[in-house]
Design a protein around this ligand. Structure first.
Ligand SMILES: NC(=O)c1ccc[n+]([C@@H]2O[C@H](COP(=O)([O-])OP(=O)(O)OC[C@H]3O[C@@H](n4cnc5c(N)ncnc54)[C@H](O)[C@@H]3O)[C@@H](O)[C@H]2O)c1
Length: 252
């Protein structure tokens, strides 16, 4: 067990990549605080983990609210004594061409990915600094490193913000024994990807064929592919890795 007695807060844990991360870290012994804006999703994950004999707690929080995020940390401290691991997986997409993108679309995407990661890191850092130990993993996307996609100005800006935030935070928290890294997945089969395909008027099978052809390893990724990389980054096997962006997209 790589994470025996570690406590992990995972945002966006109710679905998709965050959910797979919750299950993977729990398999390695971590006590899980599954947080999501949708409490029913988070409770389902926590209940399934408990049925497997793991320790888990569901907490509703919108990561864009510093107040709600602080309550997640308080709940983790009350139930499990603190927090060792934070994974920021909450995210949304609101793709649209610029002339159709509203200020609300722009702000909501930036607030969820970028302000959400900031709020959560700020909530846990005092505890982690005091204990001279912590692992923070932010989930971004490879869009800033590639030519990007059309209609993703907000999403690209949010992804770049999260990557820059990761590097700056790694410099700031490194002296306190805290590793901060970023995982940037693409073509992962989740509801987020499926809803984008539906919005673009594609059948799921056609979308999967289209995505598979673009991936050098010729398959689309699973949430578990991402969870395995996150596990490495929150385990002590990666204790000399910080400030990095790791791409999980079946190719460079
Ligand atoms: N699926 C992919 O191919 C892909 C690619 C690149 C990046 N990502 C990133 O990975 C992360 C997870 O994506 P996913 O595919 O699992 O998406 P998903 O839509 O399946 O799950 C996202 C989860 O985040 C929660 N959430 C949304 N807004 C929230 C908020 N304000 N506060 C708290 N929780 C909130 C949702 O309720 C949901 O449970 C996101 O940050 C996304 O941008 C995914």
């Amino acid at each position: 067990m790589k994470l025996e007695n570690r406590v992990a807060i995972i945002t966006g844990a109710g679905r998709g990549i965050g959910k797979a991360i919750a299950f993977r870290l729990a398999e390695e012994g971590a006590k899980i605080v599954a947080s999501d804006i949708d409490l029913a999703y988070a409770e389902d994950v926590a209940n399934r983990l408990k049925k497997k004999g793991r320790q888990a707690l569901a907490v509703k929080a919108d990561v864009t609210s510093g107040y709600e995020v602080a309550q997640v940390f308080k709940a983790a401290e009350k139930r499990f004594g603190g927090v060792d691991i934070l994974v920021n997986s909450a995210g949304i997409r609101r793709d649209a061409p610029l002339h159709k993108m509203s200020e609300d679309d722009w702000d909501t995407v930036l607030a969820t990915q970028a302000r959400g990661s900031f709020n959560c890191a700020r909530a846990v850092q005092k505890y982690m600094v005091r204990h001279n130990y912590g692992k923070i993993v932010n989930i971004s996307s490879p869009v800033p490193a590639s030519l990007g996609e059309r209609e993703q100005t907000a999403y690209a800006a949010a992804s770049a913000a999260v990557q820059g935030f990761t590097r700056a935070l790694a410099l700031e928290l490194g002296p306190y024994g805290i590793n901060v890294n970023c995982v940037a997945p693409e073509y992962i089969d989740t509801e987020m990807t499926r809803s984008v395909a539906r919005k673009d008027g594609m059948y799921l099978d056609d979308f999967r064929k289209f995505a598979t052809a673009r991936v050098p390893l010729r398959r689309i990724g699973t949430p578990e592919d991402v969870a395995n990389v996150v596990l490495f980054l929150v385990s002590d096997e990666s204790s000399f890795v910080s400030g990095q962006v790791i791409y999980v997209r079946g190719g460079p």
